[in-house]
Design a protein around this ligand. Sequence first.
Ligand code: GCU
Length: 443
Amino acid sequence: MALIFKGLSWTLRLVVGAVLLVLMTNCTMLGLNYASLEVDSKPDARPEITATALSEWEDGRNALIETFETFVYGPWPEGQAVRLVSRTMIDDGFAGGRGSLEELVIEVGSDDGARRFHVALALPESETPVPLIISQTFSSNCGAFPGATLTAPGGGDCADHETVPGFVEAIFGEFIALVPIEQYFDRGYGYATWQAGEFIPDRQGEAQAVMDAMAGDGVAAPTGTLAGWGYGFSAIIDALEGDPAINADAVAVMGHSRHAKSAMVAAVYDRRISAVVSHQSGFGGAASSRSETGETVERMVDGARALGVLSMEGYPHWFAPAFADYASHTEDLPVDQHQFIALVAPTPMLLGNGRRDVWSDPNSTYRMAEAADPVYELYGTQGLDQDGMRDYNPEAALSYYLRPGGHAITQRDISTFLDMLDAAMPQGNRVPDTANGDSLTSQ
Ligand code: GCU
């Protein structure tokens, strides 16, 4: 390409450059065009949420969850055994002596279906139990806390493991892998991170084999990795239950992109979770499955191609097999994601978005949040409390935030997440004791 370019006159270079720029700024997949601030052109939230009393909503909640299981996520692996295999102090003077870093090994499932994964747990020095954020990482625990003697993916020491290259940070943000632990400690939070792919691989075929092997007598196996990964969040909460250093009434789950989708699934089922940061969850998360902007369900499941040379594999393994059957006609799906957001209520949730992240469809995400808002209000919490996509209220139980830029985790995102958590966490868990859901984890 560079050679061809060199052979051109300056005028032609300018013309070719301009054409490339126009092509690229229209390329949603590369994150180079802008989301409009238009919501009304998005598909209506269908089916409409009609419950007018909390009891009516709660009575129908389990049936709605079952519909999502059938058509979108597959079963929550309820009843899979969880075991804390080990808990090791890695550094008791972590972050310049401000806290500790430990490594946990957690096992989920039994016999041939048992899976293990590592969790890096950073806790600030504190005389009182601390609120905890549990987050899935895109890289590995080595990339999250570089320099710490944690276990690398596949075993071995992090010292021999390459972490995230600079160009990845340049595209996906300074904090796509790195955890700015000082900032979390400054605000009094503990932070646990784990790589979901170590539990259930993020690869079609391999994922299915691992999930199938989890099936056992009387226990459900996931059929989509998002539900499986969601259960991983719960397993960590189980493993840390009773730890006097952690405030069990202030545990948040956090994730970016695919991990934002699974954080949402976790919060639907595990009502011990007190807050959710779901950043750029897109399709299969907070965006409308019926929207035709950006990735779309069809591309997510079947893969995508752009500019004739770029191609991206799909992720059918994230979902129940039935979801793929609807990929090309999502108008026939019996549910949409406003109901999924509503299932998280009344737990405070931040939906993060990027103006150039059209791929994740910020517009239909706002549309879905608006339609889920009445359910937050039924619980007596302040639901979505903002005037359009560009407004933002960290105090609201359902908040939507749109920043410039693309699909990434930036400093501005971290500060926004912390502001929302500072508002939400001191209020503790808001799920009423009377909430329905006997079969759910926390009940
Ligand atoms: C792909 C996928 C998205 C997903 C994203 C991510 O772009 O298509 O649905 O959210 O990966 O996890 O980064």
